[in-house]
Design a protein around this ligand. Sequence first.
Ligand SMILES: Cc1cc2nc3c(=O)[nH]c(=O)nc-3n(C[C@H](O)[C@H](O)[C@H](O)COP(=O)(O)OP(=O)(O)OC[C@H]3O[C@@H](n4cnc5c(N)ncnc54)[C@H](O)[C@@H]3O)c2cc1C
Length: 419
Amino acid sequence: MTPTPEESSEYLIIGAGILGLAMARTIREAKPHASIHVIEKESVPAWHASGRNSGVLHAGFYYSSDSLKARFTREGNRFWREYCLDRGLPMNPSGKVVVARTEVEAEGIKELKRRGDVNGVDVSIIDEKELAEIEPNAKTAGIALWSPTTMTVDPNDVAKTLEKELTRSGVRFFYETPYQRRIENGSVRAGNRVFRYHALINAAGLHADRIAQDFGFASDLLLLPFKGIYLESEDRNHATLPVGTNIYPVPDLRQPFLGVHFTVKVDGTVKIGPTAIPAFWRENYKGLDRFEWTDFREIVGWESSLFFKNDFGFRDLALEEIRKYSKKYMVEQSRSLVKTLDPSRFTKWGNPGIRAQLLDTRKRVLISDFRVEGDRHSIHILNAVSPAFTASIPFARWIFDEYGKNGQWISPEKGSMHS
Ligand SMILES: Cc1cc2nc3c(=O)[nH]c(=O)nc-3n(C[C@H](O)[C@H](O)[C@H](O)COP(=O)(O)OP(=O)(O)OC[C@H]3O[C@@H](n4cnc5c(N)ncnc54)[C@H](O)[C@@H]3O)c2cc1C
């Protein structure tokens, strides 16, 4: 029998989404000579959420000031803007307006402004006249919020560029190499190999909870998949585009989703979405693709139970979101944000993305902030929900500092491999 091939590194990262890449970059910055391996089950980086999101660099005004989201989003926005500028990657710096559909929602605008001020984000309240100057087609009930630092990038471009830079810096990527199981402290089986490491970082997106459980973490936690679909216009003619600025509704701040909105992509085309439709298995992108029976049983079991008891308004959310499978309904939803909209321009469904949203199964609530668990051998990134693309670099730096405080995690050469 041929022996199983073995690879050894100081750092082993699971997942080549934006968080895995951001962790690799952070470690490389701090430790230029460390050996870093990244294992990824797909054949390219950012195949899941990191390459299938809205591409919005959020400004950071939605989040309460005590959250990790508030701490990292503004800085992440600045980091990626400079990164894209330096490398000549396309960006659309068109900003964003949040509009109110009712007078009650106008109160929500004031709350967003208050949060923005506390978080040190450049936002201002504007009236209808000022709104018309920024985005003539947007409509609002009295006041709106203007965020000049919100912008869009091509998330795939960004991730692929970063992956190339990491490869050049000596980081080794192993594609089509799915993590399978933990063998013991310091080694895992992935693909047809054994990977030995000093410290492991689990950045496996939709599957991060299961991997964390192999290491004794994430008990009472489950990643619930919510599907985000978009309606796209292929129109590139600026004279006929419905909007030139990102337009969002006032979100229900009790839910972690921002509501259907208009996003202006880097090429100037416009998309409406995304939804947050409960999916039936983790990679339930289309039809029966990537169907997994045990996954289906677990996810649908939980969704049925949450639906039945209407925990955190899950039944209302699910019933509302499922209606958005109708193109007509999606267009109607977005119509309330603008003065005119020609539905015939939005006929094509775009690439769906799936949010890995963490559920606390004991308290039966969705966790809204980022969540990380770990010790000096393994770190598990468990709720890298939006805006984790924007926040990824400062978030990764924080994880690195937080878990490396005592020097053991970040300085393997100083300690024993594993005690
Ligand atoms: C519809 C949608 C819209 C969004 N819009 C925005 C936005 O506009 N702005 C923003 O900032 N954020 C947005 N987000 C959030 C953002 O996309 C995510 O927060 C971010 O991409 C999470 O990155 P990640 O690396 O944790 O996960 P992923 O991108 O899912 O990466 C995880 C990686 O791990 C790999 N993996 C999983 N299991 C294994 C295994 N067993 N072995 C090896 N590899 C494995 C996967 O293949 C994957 O490549 C959006 C998300 C969605 C779904």
